[in-house]
Design a binder for this molecule. Structure first.
Ligand code: IPE
Ligand code: IPE
Ligand code: MG
Length: 243
């Protein structure tokens, strides 16, 4: 958990709702899938920029539990991009010491996609230079429900006393169990909402909305803008302003 003590000028964890791929493509008269493809290049830029800036944890929202409402063709294009991203980038990320994790439910994902996810996680699990988390088939409410179910089962089987349940224990049942809470929640594209992302973990995150940036255009200068905004914020965690 992020505590006031871990607060510094450089955030340790940034979470991003990568939004605006579809509008970016539309502006160019191209299909939505073209925007998603360009979005993967922006992911690569974001990882590099965070690494250069000294940010150690990056969590990206790639596919939400609500994105199943999209046309089948678009869903398949997004799944295909995850497959290709792992195929093309896994070894490079591994060499750079990046630990890759996929947050979210495996339910509804095809066996081949699940095995690709597992390959990425197993290959990089000893790494600790940088932590890249991709939230895929992820919903904050779904995560909270899955955690509640697992806790209830542990209580029912006698492995856990309900009186032991506190915030720390609850956190340990989430997909993000060993990750610090995000210092920044960043969203591109001019939408001002959380869209079911990291509901528990963003309790004290600084929300930053980049109005005029569609995700495929995201680069290091936008990260720098976010870092400057973050540095100007005063995080109080319910306390009083720091001297
Ligand atoms: C974000 O871009 C990518 C995903 C949700 C996977 P969108 O596809 O939501 O793009 P817009 O919001 O329609 O422009
Ligand atoms: C949130 O974006 C999900 C991802 C970025 C993966 P959406 O574009 O799906 O969110 P809404 O529908 O605008 O809230
Ligand atoms: Mg969107």
């Amino acid at each position: 958990m992020t505590t006031p003590d871990s607060q510094g000028q450089t955030p340790q964890h940034i979470a991003i709702i990568m939004d605006g791929n579809g509008r970016w493509a539309k502006q160019k008269g191209r299909p939505r899938a073209f925007g998603h493809k360009a979005g993967v290049d922006a992911v690569r830029r974001a990882v590099r920029a965070c690494g250069n800036a000294g940010v150690r944890y990056l969590t990206l929202f790639g596919f939400s539990t609500e994105n199943w409402r999209r046309p089948a063709e678009e869903i398949e294009a997004l799944f295909e991009l995850l497959r290709r991203f792992v195929d093309a980038d896994l070894e490079k990320l591994h060499k750079e010491g990046v630990r890759v994790r996929i947050l979210g439910s495996r339910e509804g994902l095809s066996p081949d996609l699940i095995s690709i996810i597992e390959r990425a996680e197993v290959r990089t699990r000893e790494n600790s230079a940088f932590f890249l988390n991709v939230a895929f088939n992820y919903g904050g409410r779904d995560e909270l429900v899955r955690a509640a179910k697992a806790i209830a089962k542990a209580a029912k089987s006698g492995d856990l006393d309900p009186d032991q349940i506190n915030e720390e224990l609850y956190s340990s049942f989430l997909d993000t169990s060993d990750l610090p809470d995000p210092d920044i929640l960043l969203r591109t594209s001019g939408e001002y909402r959380i869209s079911n992302f990291l509901l528990w973990q963003c309790a004290y995150s600084e929300f930053i909305f980049l109005d005029n940036v569609m995700w495929p255009d995201f680069d290091e200068t936008h990260l720098q803008m976010a870092l400057e905004i973050y540095a100007s914020r005063d995080r109080r965690y319910g306390g009083v302003k720091r001297a």
